[in-house]
Design a protein around this ligand. Structure first.
Ligand code: ADP
Length: 303
């Protein structure tokens, strides 16, 4: 049975933050696509209009490192978003013990992530929910950011599904301190967590609650001082913390090169105003020094 007279539904790919994701065939292009079915509350008709207007903007967001939203339509009280189909995601790559990631491979994955981010940030669109399973990988090895802008349109993701609490591990300190005026820096912090995860092959800062998450951040980088982060004391959930001495970053990433540690520390800067931007990160010498990033087509992927 066709959906919207165009898409042939296949199997369920998974349950995501906003609803079920199906595999489908686009009968117009014969391409395989992924359709995300988003439950819309009946009482919120106004939200639907806003959502559709915002989604129109997302359709214009075209970049090699952003997953393309090819179609969007309401159907039986659900909003359907059609995306290009992707083979796997970065989480599967990181978790696969049979995959060896060389420094050049890690560099390539980070470069594609930052390219996608820089493009969206230039258009004033934030992701807000960056995590390895939102970084999809196509059959040609290209990494593309998924779910861009959805967090803003549909509100903070529904955290009732247990697997979604993992997003906490990628949350920037300003969000954990309750800031309401956050910017592109939240995505850069998350990208830094993903960079660290590529190096360690396990999530870097695994907090078990929001407070514990801050504790994990402080243990890694020391408690932020007011000279490091002048606006900290004005944040809604700010409380004074006991000083924790800073361990050298080198001790947490013993195998990393100096360039790696320098970029990592600039992305993990406490003050979002002082944090490196995605574009600046791409211009860091880490990307121009040897080893050069692996050609995406040659990156290792799960069998
Ligand atoms: P989450 O909200 O937890 O990030 P998603 O809603 O993005 O999850 O996706 C749910 C499932 O659907 C995931 O397991 C993901 O692998 C799959 N999926 C999402 N988008 C695509 C796509 N474009 N191509 C293939 N699979 C996808």
């Amino acid at each position: 049975k066709k959906v919207a007279d165009r898409y042939l539904k296949r199997e369920v790919l998974g349950e995501g933050t906003y609803g079920v994701v199906y595999k489908a065939i686009d009968t117009q292009t014969r391409q395989t696509v992924a359709i995300k079915k988003i439950r819309l509350g009946k009482q919120k008709e106004g939200v639907n209009f806003t959502a559709l207007r915002e989604i129109k903007l997302l359709k214009e967001l075209k970049d090699p490192n952003i997953i393309e939203l090819t179609d969007a339509f309401p159907h039986k009280g659900n909003l359907h978003l059609v995306f290009e189909f992707m083979e796997t995601d970065l989480e599967a790559v990181i978790r696969d013990r049979n995959i060896f990631l060389s420094p050049a491979d890690t560099k390539s994955y980070l470069q594609m992530t930052l390219k996608g981010l820089a493009f969206c940030h230039k258009k004033w669109v934030l992701h807000r929910d960056m995590k390895p399973n939102n970084l999809l990988i196509g059959s040609n090895g290209q990494l593309k950011l998924a779910d861009f802008g959805l967090a803003r349109i549909f509100g903070s993701p529904d955290r009732k599904f247990t697997h979604q609490v993992f997003a906490r591990w990628y949350r920037a300190p300003e969000l954990l301190f309750g800031t309401k005026q956050y910017g592109a820096g939240v995505d850069v912090w998350a990208a830094a967590c993903i960079f660290a995860e590529l190096l360690l092959r396990r999530p870097f800062l695994q907090g078990s609650s929001d407070i514990d998450q801050l504790g994990k951040i402080f243990a890694a980088f020391g408690t932020p001082t007011s000279s490091q982060w002048p606006d900290l004391v004005f944040l809604p959930d700010y409380v004074e913390y006991q000083y924790v001495p800073v361990p050298p970053l080198r001790s947490l990433f013993p195998m990393a090169s100096d360039d790696t540690l320098d970029l990592l520390s600039k992305m993990f800067t406490y003050d979002p105003k002082a944090r490196i931007s995605a574009q600046q990160a791409l211009e860091h010498r880490y990307f121009s020094s040897a080893p050069l990033p692996t050609d995406p087509a040659k990156l290792p992927r799960p069998a």
